[in-house]
Ligand binder design. Structure first.
Ligand code: DQA
Length: 144
């Protein structure tokens, strides 16, 4: 399966930013983790990270025509206010899973709202790196 993983702003700072919330493992470790999970399932997983809203939208639009069969997205803080990323996700019918390392439903008020959620097929919160694995497995199963 051809999977695209999109990580939004500040996720490249894993291990540096708020380790008590996001853990001490760095972004390279997350990339290795995703590569291992993909290899285990015989997938190709491209990981795209950007701190820029427009770049994320461009990558989602490119997925429409590049043969991507499933998207795992952690939109970072864009989750809480980017209607533009919601609309980009909504415009393509590829299965999509939204992942958050932390449990956004148990944090500050502003994080409890996900405006991207409605454009995704499934959400996984608060499971750290493992959430990406569950998301890939969900895409394989084609739903729950
Ligand atoms: C996050 C949660 C967001 O609220 C935050 O802005 C992030 C990371 C998570 O993975 O837990 O950047 O998406």
């Amino acid at each position: 399966m051809k999977i695209l993983v999109i990580n939004g702003p500040n996720l490249n700072f894993l291990g540096i930013r708020e380790p008590d919330i996001y853990g001490r493992e760095d972004y390279e470790s997350l990339l290795r983790f995703i590569a291992d999970v993909a290899a285990k399932h015989g997938d190709t997983a491209e990981v795209f990270q950007s701190n820029h809203e427009g770049a994320i939208i461009d990558r989602i639009q490119d997925a429409y025509a590049d043969g991507t069969e499933g998207i795992v997205i952690n939109p970072g803080a864009f989750t809480h206010y980017s209607y533009a990323i919601h609309d980009a996700l909504q415009s393509i019918s590829i299965p999509k899973v939204e992942v958050h390392l932390s449990d956004i439903t148990k944090r500050e008020e502003f994080r409890r709202i996900s405006v991207t959620k409605a454009a995704c097929d499934h959400q996984i919160y608060g499971k750290g790196f493992k959430g990406y694995e569950e998301a890939i497995e969900y895409l394989h199963k084609g739903g729950i």
